[in-house]
Design a protein around this ligand. Structure first.
Ligand SMILES: [Zn+2]
Length: 342
């Protein structure tokens, strides 16, 4: 799970949202605020119209598990559940059963409806895969102070949600950590990390297996960086870090795994290391450009572009080094043509 930048709502959103909500409100008041088995008349078309904006912002990835999703496998997910709120018993355990089903403790109903007044709230939306949404999270919404329940009245007054939100602070990376075999743990026993893993089933077997290739790839590059550090080879470090940062881009599936491993197994990167790596790559880029006469592109330049991306720690120092050594503004680097051929 990583953080994305929330898209902006269209200019006419506030008025349209208010109109949709007032229709819903009238219905809730008619039934006295509590529902039996009947369903609230939600406007699915309204959600469908705004889903593409969230798909773009999240690079077509599930906000919870980071799997790539398509229009067929995604939902416009309501962070605070609208139709009902359920809870898992505090000692309740769920696991992945046959066919990807959740087996074990079943969520118990707290109330119906749930946070209905957030049904058309832009800030309550994200895109999620059907597995996270419809198999695991369902109507769960654990709260601080009462981690198993989720009474909407509590949230309105004092209790903060424990579930991490991929479009909001705090950064989910501060609360989650990945380990061997694609496993996931709460970072430093984070309560929010723990609740998010449990609520969305982020430790389900199939998901751990899906994360394994990313984990193996990141581990291999991290080992090579350590060796290059011993040999004090800044250009090799630069190329390897560029690869790791490339795999940490928001659009890459399971980027959070690579980010977590870099942070934990490489002790992150230092400002000095990034400056040295960028300087070495600038030298390499000059040589390559002269040698093969590629107009504006070289492998080293491509690596520099990866190192200077927004999500990379100390990208500011990389951009400064590029300007100083190559005389290129960052905009020129990002608009350089992609490499031709294989
Ligand atoms: Zn998911």
């Amino acid at each position: 799970m990583i953080r994305y930048i929330r898209p902006n709502p269209p200019s006419d959103f506030a008025a349209a949202s208010a109109a949709a909500l007032s229709a819903l409100e009238a219905h809730v008041h008619t039934c006295g605020g509590t529902l039996g088995k009947e369903k609230l008349p939600f406007d699915g078309e309204f959600w469908r119209n705004h889903t593409p904006a969230f798909m773009r912002a999240q690079h077509s990835k599930c906000g919870y598990c980071e799997q790539s999703i398509s229009n067929r496998t995604r939902d416009l997910e309501h962070y605070a559940p609208k139709a009902a709120v359920t809870r898992l018993p505090s000692d309740g355990v769920r696991a992945e059963g046959e066919g990807g089903k959740a087996v074990g403790s079943a969520p118990q109903l707290v109330c119906r409806p749930g946070y209905w007044w957030l049904a058309y709230s832009w800030d309550n939306w994200l895109v999620a895969c059907k597995d996270c949404n419809q198999t695991w999270k369902l109507n769960l919404f654990p709260l601080e102070g009462d981690p198993d329940a989720g009474d909407p009245a509590l949230v309105l007054h004092e209790a903060a949600p424990l579930l991490l939100h991929p479009l909001e602070e705090p950064d989910p990376e501060e609360h989650l950590q990945f380990g061997p075999g694609g496993s996931i743990q709460p970072r430093e026993n984070s309560k929010r990390g723990c609740a998010t893993i449990r609520t969305c089933g982020l430790d389900r077997t199939s998901l751990c297996e899906s994360r394994m290739a990313t984990m193996a790839n990141a581990s291999m590059h991290i080992t090579l960086v350590r060796e290059a550090r011993k040999e004090q080879a800044p250009d090799t470090i630069g190329l390897l870090l560029a690869k790791l940062m490339d795999d940490s881009r928001p659009r890459v599936q399971f980027a959070g795994v690579t980010r977590s491993l870099v942070r934990d197994q490489l002790d992150g990167t230092s400002r000095l290391e990034m400056a040295e790596a960028a300087t070495a790559l600038c030298r390499l880029a000059r040589k390559e450009c002269v040698a093969n006469q590629l107009a504006g592109w070289s492998g080293a330049l491509d690596a520099l572009r990866s190192l200077g991306m927004d999500h990379v720690p100390f990208h500011d120092v990389v951009r400064k080094v590029i300007r100083r050594h190559l005389g290129f503004d960052w905009e020129r680097i990002t608009s350089a043509p992609a490499p031709a051929g294989p």
